[in-house]
Design a protein around this ligand. Structure first.
Ligand SMILES: [Ca+2]
Ligand SMILES: [Ca+2]
Ligand SMILES: [Ca+2]
Length: 327
């Protein structure tokens, strides 16, 4: 009896261990399908979707690294050594650690946005999420990578992916409230404001110390860990600083990759960063970089729509209900 309880306990803790090795994404729903574009030409989205409330964090990315690269081979370059050597990076690699545990979070950095990630790294993260995490492939899914470089376009049926520029823009700046955004339902900043945000300051662990309405981490105001300007804890500007749909830090903290192809093979970046000035946080500011570029100022968030199969099932269920109502 006692042995059986111990075995049950062992099995339960094994389950807990494996469960803790997967990530939970905090999504917000972006409704109001069929909205018109802003005067900039961006922001119209014909369907409902979800987008990450926060930038992808170092804790989430380290879980991805341990799952996708358990032996530290880094074959696809998803880890950048600057994540450890730069004071603004958040993940340490330890060659001698056990398989599946070689990537660890640096002090105070688990809840900060991951940086030093290329567009391809971000795409691989979305593939891994779409494929159920764990040992799910990083090379197929939303994007077919498998050694491909250059311009990679999203596959039909992608359910977790990098936001399109319109999806990112709508989540940041759109507000259907009558009269919002000076009457055209688009704010200039992602904190439901047309006035340049208050510059965030930070404490010694990187939490924003002046949260409130229209606060954002930009212009090197968040000085901590010996840095003039640094990443801050995601969402620590507080609920009052969120977009209409409830996203945090779309203005500032780190620039975020989107799916747009801007010039040559460069990909879109939006929202400004901890070190850029207020102009870069504006809806009117469109930024881009080569898809392989990696810096302390660049991270990403993910978007999602229901998988086509579940969407079909929902539609079929709806059809059955309609048929029943007609009788
Ligand atoms: Ca990389
Ligand atoms: Ca406006
Ligand atoms: Ca951001």
């Amino acid at each position: 009896m006692k042995i059986q309880s111990l075995l049950t306990l062992a099995a339960t803790s094994a389950l807990i261990t494996s469960a803790s090795a997967s990530i939970t994404m905090d999504w917000v729903n972006v409704g109001n399908p069929g909205n018109a574009a802003d005067t900039t030409g961006y922001g119209a989205v014909a369907y409902a979707y979800q987008i990450g409330k926060h930038e992808v964090t170092n804790a989430q990315y380290a879980t991805f690294l341990n799952a996708a690269d358990p032996n530290g081979e880094n074959a696809n370059g998803v880890y950048n050594a600057s994540m450890d050597s730069n004071a603004r990076g958040g993940i340490t690699y330890t060659a001698g650690a056990a398989s599946g545990a070689k990537y660890t979070i640096r002090t105070s950095m688990g809840d900060k946005p991951v940086n030093y990630v290329s567009w391809y790294d971000a795409a691989r993260f979305t593939n891994w999420m779409m494929n159920g995490q764990g040992s799910g492939s990083t090379e197929t899914g939303a994007y077919t990578l498998s050694g491909n470089t250059g311009i990679i376009t999203k596959n039909v049926g992608a359910s977790v992916y990098l936001p399109s520029e319109d999806e990112w823009y709508k989540a940041a700046y759109y507000d259907p409230t009558p009269g919002a955004g000076g009457g055209d339902n688009y704010w200039l900043y992602a904190s439901q404001s047309d006035t340049v945000p208050t510059i965030a300051s930070a404490n010694s662990t990187g939490d924003i110390t002046n949260p409130g309405a229209n606060v954002a981490n930009y212009a090197s105001g968040a000085d901590w860990n010996g840095q003039t300007g640094n990443v801050t804890t995601v969402g620590s500007a507080g609920a009052l600083a969120e977009s209409y749909f409830g996203t945090a830090d779309q203005g500032g903290n780190v620039l975020e990759w989107n799916d747009a192809v801007i010039s040559g093979s460069s990909r879109g970046l939006r929202g400004g960063s901890f070190s850029l000035d207020g102009n870069n946080l504006r809806a009117s500011d469109r930024n881009d970089n080569g898809p392989s570029s990696e810096s302390s100022r660049i991270g990403f968030r993910v978007a999602s729509v229901p998988e086509p199969t579940s969407l079909l099932l929902t539609m079929l269920a709806g059809g059955v209900m309609l048929a029943r109502r007609k009788r």
